[in-house]
Design a binder for this molecule. Sequence first.
Ligand code: DAH
Length: 337
Amino acid sequence: MGDHEKLLAQISESSDAEAVNKIREAALEQLRSAVPGLFASIPELPPAERKARGQLANDVKRQNEELLAACKAWFESAELRAERSGAGFDPTIPGTRPERGSLHPLTRVTRELEDLFTSMGYVVLDGPEVELDWYNFEALNIPRDHPARDMQDTFRCDPQGNVVLRTHTSPGQVRAMERMKPPFRAIVPGKVFRQETTDASHEHTFHQMEGLVVGRDLSVGHLIGTMKTLLRGVFGKELEVRLRPGYFPFVEPGFELDARCPFCTQGCSVCKRSTWVELLPCGMVHPNVLKSGGIDPEVWSGFAFGLGLSRLVMLRYGIDDVRHLLSGDLRFLEQFA
Ligand code: DAH
């Protein structure tokens, strides 16, 4: 075995990084100094000797390059061996867990209410967030020049004002009437939009859930009974309710339904010391609205309610600022994990 082969064997059998490194440095040194010298000397030799010197120079260069490659391979496999041996691996260090999200409080309450209402025979419907003026206002007995439009400052999507971002989930009432044959019961949860100056209790985007029941001979008694069941489902107890007159063009009569404060008996900050919390507007569906939905008001009657989902979620979890809900702030959201 020549010197070169010996060195190569030495490298592959070595278990000593230091020794391999020495060989590597020697080879590098040769390539840097001796090899260029050999090549440079060729033109100074008599022609007969040049060929042999050229071969020698090439051999030395190639051999040193081989040595370098072998050293490199040795270091690479040494690294692999070290990794595979498990030295330096601590099995007690906890792994990296995948981050897990959780349901948004709005989603939770929506799903709970959907369960509650489907158990009472309601279907859950969806409506478009970009809505026609017809469904959002006109069909709900709010014509173009009606002052009730001022109560809902509206984002319009086209210069003619035929397309709007829905300002409430009530357009779902007429869409439900178009889709289903009476008698039926439906809820329409979703996002609504209003041009609001935002503060702790106002947000341009918030959530509502519309409810609509169409049947024969429905009365305010059915409405109150349904609302009491809803409250029992949400707050887990029987709550006294009261109705105050409320004006909404699409119901007649229309009401504001208040419930006894679920958090106190003497008055607290939630009920502003009154022991009553304003919970939801509701009423008996106006005959014009039934007509808009293609339903004969002489035969059928209905009641409807407009639950402020965002407000309900705030009440339920004691959230003091509506703007937290859609902030996407993890410090807020992680509290519900
Ligand atoms: N859509 C109304 C609003 O957002 C709320 C409302 C009032 C809904 C009375 C109803 C209702 O279904 O009967 O201001």
